[in-house]
Structures are given as C-alpha cells and as structure tokens.
Design a binder for this molecule. Structure first.
Ligand code: PRT
Ligand code: ZN
Length: 304
C-alpha cells in the first residue's frame, strides 16, 4: 500500500500547469507530524477544503494544495517535483539525502537520534561501539556518525521495533529516535551517544519555477510570522522613572519599547516584546528593578 495512489499524483503533476498555479506541499498522512503541520497551515491563514484527509486537498484562501504521504517518501517526492515543498522530520531529510533544500525549521516534533545499549552493559566511550551489531532504521546517519569517529560496527537495518533488537538477540545496541526516553527505559536500554537533534522542517525542491518560488516566499513569510508570534510575548508594565533606562535595557523590544507617562507622577507605562527563551530571567530582573503591574499577553501574529 506504500505507493498507493502514486499514478494519480504523477498524472496530476502533468495537468496542473493548465490550471492556475498552486504550490503543492507534501504533509505526513498520519503520524506525529500530521496534526502540527496542518495546524501550522491553519495559523498561516490557510484553510483546506476537504477536512477528511484523502490523497489531496485544496486550500480555499491561498493557491496551495496538500498531498498526504508517508513521511519517509516526502523527500523523494519533493526531489522528483511531485510536490514542490514538504514538511518532514529533519532526520528523514538527512537520512534520505535527496537533492532538496531545508528552507525553514519549525520547532515542533523535536527528538534526537541516539545510540542505546542494554543498561547493564558498561560504557566508556564511542570506542566501545567497535565491532558491535547495531540495529537501526537510520543507517545513513548512523554510518556517518560512526565513520567520523573511525568506528567500524555491524549495522543491521530494521524497519520498525528497533528497541526490541537487543532483547531478542539480533543486536548488541540500537540507534533510534528518542524523545522522552521512556521507550528505552521500558526496554532495559540506556542512551549513550547522541548523533543528531531533529525537529520538523520545510524542505523545497531545487528547480521551482518563478511563480512557485513567489508562492513559497509568501508562504514562508506567513509561517515565519506564526513562528515568531509563538516564540514571543507582548509585555506591559509600570516602571518607576528613575529605573526606566535600566528597565528598557532589559526589554529592548522589536525596535525599542513604547514608553508613555502614567497619570501618577514619576511612573511610566512600558510596552515591549519578550522572547520565550529568556522569559523568566527577564521577568525576575524586571521585578528586581521595581517594575509593577506586569501583564504578559500572547501575540496572534508577528510580522518580522
Ligand atoms: O507512517 P509514516 O511512515 O508516515 O510515519 P512514521 O511512523 O515513520 O513516523 P512517526 O509519525 O512515528 O514520526 C514522524 C517524525 O516525528 C519522525 O521522523 C521524527 O522526526 C519525529 N518524532 C518526534 C518522532 C518522535 N518524536 C518519537 N518519539 N518519531 C518517532 N518517535 C518514536 C521512536 O521511534 C521511539 O519508538 O517514539 C519512540 C521513542 O519515544 P520516547 O518518548 O519513548 O523516547
Ligand atoms: Zn515513516
């Protein structure tokens, strides 16, 4: 069933130029990336016509259509031009090594690719992996990791349930995706090396025509506004005037903060934008400086 509907997709590629040009995005049909990918499009103002996911759906408010695929197949379909762009885990993008470009990091579906061994086994360093049988679904990433460190191991490619390999005796170690780490623990394994960190990314084909490149530019502009908004908060506070310069130094804002006098003498109202990353440190510092009435508000969109 893996390539079910492929002929349909290819024939669509032939005929699409006859209609108004649309950018075609490949999204995972069902899995860990699907929901967040659709949510991102929705937040970018792109609503899809048929909610029930079939093979394809067309957007109402933007010249875009979605094709739904297995995540493993997305890089190749984008390289082949069946889809112009796609949303995949960075791990699939690296593993498949297709001739496509990574154009945006999306910050969701974060995970890492790690080597794990039975928890009772001693481990001193990568040299302990020498000669081991390592089971994985990501042989390219694993071989790069081992090759860079001069380690020769026996890489066994499995398509699923990799974490069971040591307990059934088909491998000494595994190399797999880790998120919370609970799958490793429940299989009696411990993480000993991390080869890469991964998140969802947008990939794009390399030979997009000018019209599609323009649509991609518009789409990326919207996506970046959504991402910036979710990474930032709007902050309002009251500052004693004698501490105003120091407070402004802590919250520089997009350009510089808005400062307005309060009705009460000696106080000002300060409005600015705060990054999620440094949020709590900044709030603590503001309190130390005597800021009062601090309000923090989510940002709907942020045009960057
Ligand atoms: O059917 P299709 O081929 O499209 O989907 P899939 O089953 O191959 O992929 P899917 O939906 O499981 O994952 C899609 C992408 O999500 C991956 O390529 C990663 O980029 C990303 N991702 C993020 C993860 C995880 N977190 C994750 N935890 N992918 C898989 N896992 C699995 C992992 O394989 C392991 O079995 O979850 C288990 C570990 O999780 P923890 O939390 O117990 O450590
Ligand atoms: Zn897959």
């Amino acid at each position: 069933m893996r390539f079910a509907g492929t002929a349909d997709l290819f024939s669509f590629k032939e005929t699409s130029s006859m209609t108004m040009e649309k950018i075609r995005i490949a999204i995972q049909k069902s899995g860990r990336l699907s929901e967040k990918s659709l949510e991102l499009l929705k937040e970018a103002g792109i609503t899809l016509n048929n909610g029930s996911r079939k093979l394809r759906s067309v957007a109402r408010s933007f010249p875009l259509e979605v094709i739904y695929l297995r995540d493993d197949d997305i890089p190749q379909y984008v390289e082949d031009g069946v889809a112009h762009i796609g949303i995949v885990g960075e791990n699939e993008y690296v593993e498949k090594g297709c001739a496509v470009d990574l154009v945006e990091r999306l910050g969701f579906s974060r995970c890492r690719l790690s080597v794990a061994i039975p928890k009772s086994m001693d481990y001193r360093g990568t040299e302990d992996l020498q000669g081991m049988r390592i089971a994985t679904s990501y042989p390219v990433i694993l071989n790069n990791f081992l090759g860079e460190r001069g380690i020769r191991a026996d890489v066994h490619v499995l398509s699923g349930s990799v974490e069971l390999a040591p307990s059934i005796g088909v491998a000494d170690a595994i190399f797999d995706i880790v998120s919370s780490g609970s799958t490793l623990i429940s299989n009696g394994l411990k993480e000993v090396e991390t080869a890469m960190e991964s998140e969802a990314v947008i990939i794009a084909g390399r030979n997009l025509d000018t019209g599609i490149q323009q649509l991609l530019g518009n789409l990326l502009f919207r996506v970046r506004s959504v991402l910036a908004a979710s990474n930032n908060k709007y902050i309002l506070l009251n500052a004693p005037n004698e501490k105003l310069q120091e407070i402004i130094g802590v919250i520089p804002g997009m350009k510089s903060p808005t400062v307005m006098p309060l009705a009460e003498e000696g106080w000002s109202s300060v409005h600015s934008v705060l990054s999620e990353k440094t949020f709590w440190e900044v709030i603590d510092r503001l309190k130390e400086l005597g800021a009062q009435g601090i309000l923090v508000i989510p940002i709907e969109k942020m045009i960057v």
